[in-house]
Design a protein around this ligand. Structure first.
Ligand code: DC
Length: 236
């Protein structure tokens, strides 16, 4: 059987990493891992258990003490074809995409103990290869030895519009201004935070998808996969 590889996709908020990652994983029959969903689930836990005060202040020490009580995993929904996120046995796929979670997630993802726990889990998921993982630190910290690394970016207004459309589709009430503000502030926080900030790995291939269709991005990534592996996994 053809040797499986790991593919890391990092980049800014809402630039379509997961759309491309899911399509590539499906094509190759690989496992898709949405690491942002794990930080989002942790944020939901912190909100539900009062570790984030009404004024937005995080009690990081208390959250750290409770980390062993947090179980995050994924399950494939055979009816919808969606990989859903579970928090302590509860399906939280919809809740973790809310704007409230988006507002606090950067803060939670800067807690060192949170990162240690989630990175450890992610490394384990990638051990057997055949993983397409997206996030902010995949190519630099989680799987620095990934055979293929991509760094995705796009104009922030284009990204905010995509996110706004996504939220609207999910029935979430919001405005373009609010979404753009969130996208910009998360980028700022994610690139400047102390722990594992968003950085482009030196060996990552950059994709600016401001003017690219999903199909074009898919073909671009697949082109690199084929160059690396020689032939599509699905026909090997
Ligand atoms: O990919 P996303 O927008 O759903 O991610 C939500 C947040 O989680 C993002 O603002 C930063 C954080 N994150 C992270 O710190 N490291 C990752 N590997 C993935 C996400």
């Amino acid at each position: 059987m053809k040797q499986k590889i790991n593919i890391a996709i990092d980049g800014y908020s809402s630039c379509g990493k997961s759309t491309v990652a899911k399509a590539i994983a499906k094509e190759l029959n690989y496992v898709y891992v949405d690491t942002g969903a794990m930080y989002r689930a942790m944020t939901l836990y912190a909100l539900q258990h009062g570790y984030i005060a009404v004024n937005g202040t995080l009690d990081g020490e208390a959250l750290e003490k409770a980390l062993d009580l947090v179980l995050i995993n994924f399950k494939y929904n055979f009816d919808t074809g969606v990989i859903e996120t579970f928090l302590n046995g509860q399906n939280v796929e919809k809740e973790i995409r809310s704007l409230q979670v988006s507002k606090h997630v950067s803060k939670i993802s800067d807690v060192k103990a949170v990162r240690l726990k989630l990175v450890k889990l992610q490394k384990r998921m990638a051990e057997t290869k055949g993983v397409v993982m997206d996030g902010r630190d995949i190519g630099t910290v989680v799987i620095p030895d990934a055979e293929l690394k991509f760094f995705m970016t796009a104009d922030s207004k284009v990204r905010a519009k995509r996110r706004y459309d996504e939220l609207k589709f999910m029935g979430v009430e919001t405005t373009m201004e609010e979404v753009l503000l969130n996208v910009n502030s998360r980028d700022e926080y994610d690139t400047k935070r102390a722990n594992d900030p968003l950085r482009q790995a030196s060996d990552a291939i950059v994709i600016d998808n401001s003017n690219l269709t999903i199909e074009e991005q898919f073909q671009f990534v697949m082109g690199h996969v084929l160059k690396k592996t020689g032939a599509p996994e699905s026909i090997s």
